[in-house]
Design a protein around this ligand. Structure first.
Ligand code: SAM
Length: 270
């Protein structure tokens, strides 16, 4: 996959959306790292790091004796991140410009390989994972956070937005991805001898002033029209969904529920 193929695009607006997204979901990722006991001195690979918001949190955990490698196909995000680490005078970072399927990674090396919101976009999830498994040291952990794109809801129900979950699932598939990828990862683990260690669903919900509805807003504000442009939904449907969404945002009784983000972790046997 080249960077221009990445479904959600590579640009300043998307970089800012990813930053805000991390401010909303970062605690979920950090709870996952806490359960996995990620700690001082670990060697970590952040796959599809984007501008590095998770990798920067990982740095807090592994400290100066640990090592973090960011693997990212977009030069724009990777260079932004590299500059950020220079500004912070952090030296224990490595940067690989490439994708998981074809990057040259050291064999049996990492204590943790992590990927958040990446595998759901790739056309061949097994190929993506199998090149990563080899780079794990025996006993090392592979951890992913991604969707089972169910549960997305806007209350009170009954408007055009009720069709949005279906639309987004179609949008993911239009780019070759799988909106329910988290349901398939354990199957791929088992096939490759990776032992499932953790499987935990997360959902956020909130009213019209909540961070989580603002997170969703930043996605739908750009991507509802992109779904129309790509022919995933018709213009009238897209317009009706957007109107239903903006009407709900003015209603104090609104509750938004996110799709399910699943923590999935496996261990390479000793
Ligand atoms: C939604 S962003 C998530 C960024 C980051 N993981 C986060 O949670 O903030 C998805 C990222 O995956 C990268 N990506 C897409 N396909 C990839 C692949 N095959 N291998 C590695 N990274 C990939 C994209 O360039 C993009 O930066």
């Amino acid at each position: 996959m080249s960077t221009t193929d990445y479904l959600l695009g590579v640009n300043q607006t998307e970089l800012e959306r990813l930053n805000f997204q991390h401010s909303v979901w970062g605690h979920v990722t950090n709870n996952f790292f806490e359960r996995l006991n990620v700690g001082s001195g670990w060697k970590c690979l952040d796959v599809g790091s984007g501008p590095g918001f998770v990798a920067m949190d990982l740095r807090e955990r592994v400290g100066p004796t640990g090592e973090i490698t960011a693997l990212e196909p977009s030069k724009y995000y990777l260079e932004w991140f590299e500059q950020e680490t220079k500004n912070r005078k952090w030296t224990n970072f490595k940067f690989i410009n490439g994708d998981a399927e074809s990057a040259k990674l050291p064999d049996s090396y990492y204590d943790l390989i992590f990927a958040r919101w990446v595998i759901g976009f790739v056309p061949d999830a097994e190929k993506f994972l199998s090149s990563l498994f080899k780079a794990l040291r025996p006993g090392g952990i592979i951890a992913l956070q991604d969707y089972i794109y169910e549960g997305l809801s806007l209350f009170p129900r009954g408007g055009a937005f009720d069709g949005m979950a279906d639309a987004v699932r179609g949008y993911w598939r239009s780019g070759g991805g799988d909106p329910n990828i988290a349901a398939r990862i354990p199957v791929i683990f088992r096939k490759h001898g990776i032992q499932l260690k953790d499987y935990y669903p997360n959902v956020l919900a909130g009213g019209p002033e909540s961070n989580v509805i603002e997170w969703a807003h930043r996605f739908f504000a750009t991507h509802t029209q992109t779904m129309v442009d790509k022919g995933v939904i018709g213009q009238q449907v897209g317009d009706a969904m957007w109107k239903d969404w903006t009407d709900h945002r003015k209603n104090p009784d609104t509750i938004f529920v996110s799709p399910i983000v699943v923590d999935v972790a496996g261990v390479r046997p000793l």
